[in-house]
Design a protein around this ligand. Structure first.
Ligand code: ATP
Length: 408
């Protein structure tokens, strides 16, 4: 059976993955076999999410009625029902529901009734609490098929410590990254000297190490010195796989969907209030704004090097009229040509505009020239992929250390 759970946490505490890890141990105690623990990240632009829009599924050999009973009981025991936004869902399916539902949940928006129709079609047991929105994530988790997958070992804190300062040795995290990158990633952000894998929220997670295999995440984990975790669980995940991206075209983008979009840089990037960098890309007559927000730190320096005429692929979510960049590919760099009024050949003074389409004139000697002075500035940026640093990376975004996206 596949047991799916979602929407048990709130900003004030709890975490659906913790609940799943505890449930796995209770199932094992009843002599059931837990074949896989799966962590599915869903559309990161869903407004109902608490943090990372995670849902979980356990693949279990055992009695489905008992599995359903234990899953519902743990939700009643641990879910944070006090929060208005916590609307748990539990699903037990003996056959995998249509994976198309997962595909929509990770790339788009789904209705609660759609989830229920999928569950009915699959003959699944299910229960939703309050407005039952958690059934969307729980259904997507059991329906999920990951064509590409990564792993995360999550260490959870003793309940008595929840909400207190986490004790994780910073140097040991840097040592773990140094010894295992690129087979693990996002433990720390070396360039910005920031720890990435330890949350600051009052939930049960102590730290999480992401990597390409259970062996690599456990190898990195072995470096980490910290307070004693209450339990640890290795999850199979769609994190770091770009599962949220769909191909998109300038002028035909929908709010809350994450895209790969081709375009030509239309104007020089500008840095606005708060340090956010923006520029427009064009495809035919259509234009769209691309944003590199302040938290993307040094990535903004790369973006500022773009020049009009650069052909790029912009990757990120379309929100409020902009693509919020997660990464980009400079497909074909343009020449960086800068024009200015020419120097007067007689008196070597910089000329000024003589008016639209009238060329330039020298204010000192009255000399005249038609053509501007054109300088070519050597480019610092070469063709290739560029990404935000680990500290700004979304859970689903595929880090470039895992390979470059295909250019189609
Ligand atoms: P955490 O990461 O700490 O586990 P969370 O960010 O996963 O928390 P949830 O509490 O699970 O947040 O809230 C997300 C809610 O949005 C759930 O009810 C889930 O069913 C629903 N949901 C997830 N994906 C979609 C989607 N694509 N369309 C509509 N609803 C969705």
């Amino acid at each position: 059976m596949l047991i799916g759970i979602d929407d048990t946490d709130s900003p004030g505490g709890m975490c659906t993955t913790y609940l799943g890890a505890v449930l796995a141990r209770r199932l094992i105690r009843e002599h059931m076999r837990v074949r896989e623990a799966r962590l599915a990240r869903l559309n990161p632009n869903v407004t109902f999410k608490t943090r990372g829009n995670a849902a979980i599924a356990l693949d279990v050999e055992g009695d489905p009625d008992r599995g359903f009973e234990l899953a519902c009981a743990i939700v009643e025991e641990l879910a944070d029902f006090s929060c208005e936004k916590t609307n748990p869902g539990v699903v037990v399916a003996e056959k995998r529901p249509d994976p198309a539902f997962y595909q929509r949940a990770v790339t788009d928006f789904c209705e609660i009734d759609e989830a229920i129709a999928v569950l009915e079609a699959a003959g699944a047991r299910y229960r939703g609490w309050k407005n039952r929105r958690g059934l969307v994530g729980a259904t997507a988790a059991v329906a999920s098929v990951f064509p590409d997958a990564t792993y995360e070992v999550l260490a959870y804190r003793e309940p008595s410590r929840w909400g207190t300062q986490r004790e994780v040795d910073r140097e040991s995290l840097f040592a773990a990254e140094e010894a295992t990158f690129p087979h693990t990633w996002d433990t720390v952000d070396f360039a910005n000297q920031v720890v990435v894998c330890v949350p600051h929220t009052p939930d049960p997670v102590l730290f999480g190490i992401r990597g390409e295999s259970p062996a690599w995440v456990m190898s990195a984990r072995s470096f980490i010195e910290s307070e004693k975790p209450a339990l640890e669980q290795i999850w199979v995940t769609n994190q770091g796989t770009d599962a949220h991206l769909v191909p998109g075209t300038c002028g035909a983008l929908r709010e809350g969907i994450s895209y790969r979009v081709r375009g030509v840089v239309a104007g020089r990037p500008a840095t606005g209030a708060g340090g956010h960098v923006s520029f427009e890309i064009r495809d035919g007559d259509a234009e769209v704004r691309c944003m590199a927000y302040e938290p993307t730190k040094n990535f903004r320096d790369t973006v500022r090097e773009l020049v009009p005429g650069d052909a790029i692929i912009a990757v990120g979510s379309y929100k409020k009229g902009s693509i919020n960049l997660e990464k980009m590919c400079l497909v074909s760099p343009a020449r960086d040509l800068r024009t200015q009024a020419p120097l007067c050949t007689v008196c070597s003074k910089r000329m000024t505009s003589a008016g639209k389409d009238k060329g330039y004139k020298c204010r000192k000697c009255g000399g005249h020239a038609m053509d501007p002075e054109v300088d070519e500035i050597p480019r610092k940026l070469t063709a290739g992929w560029y990404e935000v640093p680990p500290t700004a990376r979304r859970h689903l975004a595929k880090p470039l250390c895992r390979g470059f996206p295909e250019i189609s």
